[in-house]
Design a protein around this ligand. Structure first.
Ligand code: 5RP
Length: 228
């Protein structure tokens, strides 16, 4: 599986051009991309990146990739990031690694977003992977009730749980927020659910990426598929 992730990252690297301003995703697949990009940088390629998490920032520094911020530059040419699920309309679930907020800010500031993944992430309908929802801890009970109402209005339901870190404590995002993971099974209308969740005051961001990805590089047993 890790080899497939690296192959998808290598194919996305072929899209990188001299001088590009790149969004650098988070997760095990995106980490391969940062490492391979670092090899190209060592060989003389000049690019600059904006990382989508503290973990990716440290990886990029380790790999010698020069970094900047969205305060210093006004757009990104391309973001390369992983995903937890991708549907045929390029709607995504992201946030399995907890970086969805910065990932979405960076993707939205990019001319293109290429999703890299092993082909198990390609699904007919989103929702088997629990939907991450980044929330403010204050008033969480009220926020959860509002989320349940949004689910009901969008024809979905399911258990919600505050994400825990490996040490058993509540997982805290790079932005200092918490994540609620919702087991929805099947999200019938991702754009409507995305809109309903975004309207809830205690929701900082959610893992539905709608209209952001423009292509997917999927690596499987039978080779690489580029879907545009
Ligand atoms: C992190 C993400 C990741 O891109 C997503 O979880 C996929 O990760 P991996 O490449 O490790 O399967 O959204 O917030």
């Amino acid at each position: 599986m890790d080899q497939l992730k690296r192959q998808a990252a290598a194919r996305a690297l072929e899209e990188v051009r001299e001088g590009m301003q790149l969004g650098l995703g988070t997760g095990s697949t995106a980490k391969h991309f940062v490492e391979l990009l670092g090899e190209r940088v060592a060989a003389g390629l000049k690019v600059i990146g904006v990382p989508t998490s503290e973990a990716t920032r440290l990886d990029a520094i380790r790999c010698g990739v020069k970094l900047t911020t969205l305060d210093e530059i006004d757009h990104l040419d391309m973001t390369v990031d992983g995903a937890d699920e991708i549907d045929p309309d390029f709607n995504l679930i992201k946030g399995g690694g907890g970086a969805l907020l910065r990932e979405k800010i960076v993707a939205a500031a990019s001319d293109r977003m290429i999703v890299i993944a092993d082909d198990s992430k390609w699904v007919p309908t989103l929702g088997k992977f629990p939907l991450p929802i980044e929330v403010i801890p204050f008033g969480l009970g009220a926020t959860r009730r509002a989320i349940e109402k949004a689910f009901a209005a969008c024809g979905v339901s399911g258990q919600m749980a505050v994400r825990k870190a490996k040490d058993g404590h509540v997982f805290v995002t790079d932005g200092g927020h918490w994540i609620v993971d919702a087991q929805l099974g099947r999200i019938v209308d991702p754009p409507s659910l995305a809109k309903a969740l975004s309207a809830i005051p205690g929701v900082v961001e959610h893992g539905l990426f709608i209209g952001l990805a423009s292509s997917a590089v999927l690596a499987g047993g039978e080779g690489i598929r580029v879907i545009e």
